[in-house]
Write a protein that binds this ligand. Structure first.
Ligand SMILES: Cc1ncc(COP(=O)(O)O)c(C=O)c1O
Length: 307
C-alpha cells in the first residue's frame, strides 16, 4: 500500500490527496497513452535532500510525449519545479516521484487529438523495490514466456503506461512461479531487460548490457552505471546477449530507479557465479549508493537540491 501523503500536484495546483481524482472517461485510462516517470529523492550525507537526475527523467518524460504524439502543456522547468514542490509540500526528505502526463476526458474512441493533456506529480515513500534483503543477497529470476515488444509493435524507448501490461504479465508469471523477477527476451531471443529494470552481465571482468537498439528502455540508472564503470576503468560492452550468456555469467544485476542496483543470484534455476552479490556488482552498487545518498560529490550535475 502506498502511504497517503498530504498533497498531489495536478495541473499547476497542490490538491489534497482525497481530491486528486480523475474522471472515468479519462482517455488514457481506456487506451493506455500516458507518459510517466519514476524518480527518487534521497537524503545525502550532508543532511540535505536531492532529486537524482531530475532533468534527465523529465527530458525522458517529454521524449515519451514526443514519441506518442502528445503535446505537453508544461515545459521541463515547470515539471521540475512541480517535483520539488510536491516533496516540499509533503515534508518528504526521501521519496519516489511519479510525474504523469495523460489524455483527459472529451472525445472517446481511439483518435481523440483534441482531448486535454493533463499533468500530475505524485510522491510517496518507497523502500527497497525488490525486497530488503535483495540488495545484498540478490534475487531469483526466470526468463519470461512473454517476449518484450518488437520495435515495430510499440515504443520501447517510451515510458508509456499501456506498454506496461507486458511487464505486469511477465511479473505475475514470475512471482506465481516462485521467482522474484522476470527477464524478457525479444522475439529473436536477445536478452532485453526486467519488467522495470535494465540488465547487466559480467563475464571475465567485462560489463555487458543490451545496446540501445534492443527493445529496452534507455534507463537512467543504466546510463549512470555505464558512466561509473568507465570512470572506474571497468571495460564496458553494449551488445546483444542470449539467455545462455546469462546462465554462464560471472555476475548479473538489474538497474532501475526503483530497483537501484540489485544483484541477480539465479536465472532459470541456474546459479550465477557463487550465488550471491559478486565483487564487481558490489563495487558498482557501493559507488551508486554513495552518489545518490552518500558523499560522493563527483557528479553534482546529477543532483537537484530540494532543501
Ligand atoms: C521497462 C523498464 N526498463 C528499465 C527501467 C529502468 O529505468 P531507470 O533506470 O531510468 O529507472 C524502467 C524503469 O523506469 C522500466 O520501466
Amino acid at each position: 500500500m502506498v502511504d497517503k501523503v498530504k498533497s498531489i500536484w495536478m495541473d499547476g495546483k497542490l490538491v489534497p490527496w482525497e481530491e486528486a481524482n480523475v474522471h472515468v472517461l479519462t482517455h488514457s485510462f481506456h487506451y493506455g497513452v500516458a507518459a510517466f516517470e519514476g524518480i527518487r529523492a534521497y537524503k545525502r550525507a550532508d543532511g540535505k535532500t536531492y532529486i537524482f537526475r531530475l532533468t534527465d527523467h523529465i527530458q525522458r518524460l517529454l521524449d515519451t510525449c514526443h514519441l506518442a504524439l502528445m503535446k505537453p502543456t508544461y515545459d521541463r522547468e515547470a515539471i521540475e519545479r512541480a517535483c520539488i514542490e510536491v516533496l516540499a509540500a509533503n515534508h518528504m526528505e526521501e521519496g519516489y516521484l511519479r510525474p504523469i502526463i495523460y489524455m483527459g476526458e472529451g472525445a472517446m474512441g481511439i483518435y481523440a487529438p483534441d482531448n486535454p493533456v493533463k499533468t500530475s506529480v505524485i510522491a510517496w515513500k518507497w523502500g527497497r523495490y525488490l525486497g530488503a534483503s535483495a540488495i545484498e543477497e540478490g534475487i531469483r529470476t526466470k526468463v519470461s514466456s512473454f517476449a518484450r515488444m518488437h520495435v515495430n509493435i510499440n515504443l520501447p524507448k517510451a515510458k508509456m503506461t499501456g506498454q506496461y501490461t507486458n511487464s505486469v504479465l511477465a511479473k505475475r508469471e514470475a512471482k506465481l512461479g516462485g521467482y522474484d523477477e522476470a527477464i524478457l527476451l525479444d522475439v529473436q531471443g536477445n536478452v532485453c531487460e526486467g519488467t522495470g529494470e535494465n540488465i547487466f552481465v559480467i563475464k571475465g571482468g567485462v560489463l555487458h548490457t543490451p545496446d540501445l537498439a534492443c527493445s529496452v528502455l534507455a534507463g537512467i540508472t543504466r546510463d549512470t552505471i555505464l558512466r561509473i564503470a568507465r570512470e572506474d576503468g571497468i571495460p564496458v560492452s553494449e551488445c546483444r546477449l542470449t539467455r545462455e550468456q546469462l546462465w554462464l555469467a560471472d555476475e548479473v544485476f538489474f538497474t532501475g530507479t526503483a530497483a537501484e542496483v540489485t544483484p541477480v543470484r539465479e536465472v532459470d534455476d541456474r546459479t550465477i557465479g557463487k550465488g550471491g552479490r559478486g565483487p564487481i556488482t558490489k563495487a558498482l552498487q557501493a559507488r551508486y549508493f554513495d552518489i545518490v545518498s552518500g558523499s560522493d560529490n563527483r557528479h553534482p550535475e546529477w543532483l537537484t537540491l530540494v532543501s
